[in-house]
Design a protein around this ligand. Sequence first.
Ligand SMILES: Nc1ncnc2c1ncn2[C@@H]1O[C@H](COP(=O)(O)OP(=O)(O)OP(=O)(O)O)[C@@H](O)[C@H]1O
Ligand SMILES: [Mg+2]
Length: 336
Amino acid sequence: MASPAMISSRAWLRHKRVIGVFNGKGGVGKTTLAALLAYLLWQAGLRVLYLDFNTQGNGSRREFNLFEAGTEVWESDGEEHSVLDDDGQALVRATINGEKLVPVEVPGHPGLFIGHGGMKISQLLKYIGAINDDEKAELINAMLRASHEDYDAIVLDSPPENPDTQRALLSAVRYAVFPAKTDAASLADGLRLLGREFDLVQERYNPHLELLGGMLFATQLKAPGVDKAGRKMGAPWLELLNKMAFLLGGEELACPVHMPYKETVAIKTRDYRRNVVALEALGVEEGWPKSEMEPIIAVSAAWTEATRFFLQRIADLQAAASVPAQGGAPAGAVTA
Ligand SMILES: Nc1ncnc2c1ncn2[C@@H]1O[C@H](COP(=O)(O)OP(=O)(O)OP(=O)(O)O)[C@@H](O)[C@H]1O
Ligand SMILES: [Mg+2]
């Protein structure tokens, strides 16, 4: 049982959309999904904070454009960064001190804020590894408790291969989402371990933690190919989804979107420093050729559908609990 102190220090979580995206394995779509959840919530009119707990800072750098005409830049390893990119400094300081975070507002996107990731985050990860379990459970929660009033929704992007940080983040979110690939490592092992950690955190530290669901991330294969690969693992495509749902605890938890894998998208989101939905808008604005637009449109549609699935789950859970979310449009309006 969580202690009364643990429960009362999280009372604020009941009324807020705080979403964390997790899988112990890397490259399963965590960052893409976290960034799009933040972006679509912002597009629906909410004030949103996206927090990048990755040393690569690839969420902040790849999914949100911090450059605009006249922006000063600094260089690291031959790559240019916006002066708004603090390499994770603000997020590390606020978290370690349990203080209100001073985020960056994405240029041209009033109401969309990010706590930037980057190499400085390694200090935080080291710190989390060194403190005891109760302190881990309280660390991120304390920073969010000091910061949350400025936002309608907060999305946390977690790093791979870091169980200590996974626990610290799970202890501080209301809703958890688990993307996975069709390989056994991320689907079966990754989710099983995560499931165990989820149960432990919910029982001991964070009774407000709820599972939003899971999704299968880009695979090189089209649906029949996935079926074939799935059968090798002992289950065709739909059964894989159900197996995931089973691991997650219920069929309604598995996002039914099939995510096509398009190399163009991986390259262009990085080159243009925009998530795929914003990239599609840019392509339309600049009149990119059909051959370039087609894969972008397909992937953008799939991610939007997947994101809506999770936002609808939030609306359903909130309706079931009859807890109105504070501020902004109701979660249901986002999915309309
Ligand atoms: N549908 C898609 N087709 C092709 N590439 C995609 C698609 N969706 C996302 N990507 C790209 O796939 C790569 C891996 O995704 P992402 O970074 O979201 O995974 P991750 O789980 O956060 O990885 P890490 O654990 O390393 O942080 C990224 O380069 C992303 O831009
Ligand atoms: Mg990532």
